[in-house]
Ligand binder design. Structure first.
Ligand SMILES: [Zn+2]
Length: 307
């Protein structure tokens, strides 16, 4: 007990309160996932009614949840889309740590992985984000990067990163996920959020991610995922001459460090096969639904692990 107090007092940041963690469900195949959905059809349907009630409540009185990303209570803030629908995945931003629901889910999971392996090195394919800043402050062994070519933008993004992290010595790192600069087995944990769908040759990126992870290394990914589709839908293709062929109407995603990025893929369950082919021993879809943690709607991520 004495040492726990001593350690806490020496920590550069107060340790987050232990608010617990939401239970996650793991799905290793589309068949198992569909079977689960069928068996729990009524329960899953009832979730929608609970979400509507919470949204209605939050419109007239503060609704509190536990943010396990920063470790403390938070008030539910709804950013509603047209028609009054709530985007539970991309909104519900915590007023304290500024992370939306998707990133609170993923950051909380990464923090758990990092705590289970003291000293683990984490590589995030983002640096100019609140998620990176939070993890960097909490665990020193975090490396982040962005993918930017424009020199003027690099300067501005570097300043923004120093503002976010409060570290005046931090500089912007540039990486291409299909050609990472790191030696083999440089990290124990790697996380990439909403990046893979913008990489024309995503299989090459997955091989690079497997390469820079050591034995037993863990990967956490989010990207547009079609839980009803076995196959990945290719929306656009990069041709050998460098031109882009659009196979579906172009879809651009908002990006904190650019004006919008073309989406090349919406992934299906074959992404798990691609991960195994890239060198991961296991690959699963993980899901969470936990109103007490402000995690509702469909919250999914992909987790993979090297042997
Ligand atoms: Zn928070």
């Amino acid at each position: 007990m004495f040492f726990d107090v001593f350690r806490k007092n020496r920590s550069p940041l107060p340790a987050p309160a232990d608010v617990g963690v939401p239970a996650v469900e793991v799905h290793a195949s589309q068949a198992a996932y569909l079977e689960m959905r069928e068996a729990r059809r009524e329960e899953l349907h009832a979730r929608h009614a609970v979400e509507q009630s919470i949204a209605n409540l939050a419109r007239c009185a503060p609704f509190q949840y536990l943010c396990h990303a920063h470790g403390g209570p938070a008030t539910l803030r709804l950013a509603e889309q047209e028609g009054g629908e709530v985007n539970w995945r991309e909104s519900v931003v915590c007023p304290t740590c500024h992370l939306n629901a998707r990133m609170r889910f993923c950051t909380g999971l990464l923090a758990r992985w990092m705590q289970a392996q003291p000293g683990a090195r984490l590589y995030l394919t983002e640096q100019a984000t609140h998620g990176y800043a939070l993890l960097k402050r909490r665990f020193g062994t975090v490396h982040g990067s962005e993918y930017i070519h424009d020199e003027a933008r690099k300067t501005a993004v570097g300043q923004y990163i120093r503002h976010l992290t409060g570290d005046s010595t931090e500089s912007l790192n540039i990486e291409d996920v299909t050609r990472l600069s790191f030696a083999d087995a440089s990290f124990e944990v790697l996380a990439s959020f909403e990046v893979l769908e913008h990489v024309p040759d995503y299989r090459l990126a997955l091989r690079e991610m497997a390469r820079v992870l050591g034995k037993g290394g863990r990967l956490l990914l989010t990207a547009p995922f079609l839980e009803c589709s076995r196959d990945t839908v290719t929306r656009a293709r990069l041709d050998p001459d460098g031109s882009i062929t659009h196979l579906l109407p172009p879809e651009y995603h908002g990006d904190p460090v650019s004006d919008g990025v073309l989406c090349f893929h919406h992934f299906g369950w074959d992404l798990l096969d691609a991960l195994r082919e890239a060198g991961f021993a296991s690959a699963e879809v993980i899901e969470v639904w936990a109103p007490a943690f402000g995690l509702m709607g469909i919250q999914q991520a992909i987790a993979a692990r090297k042997a």
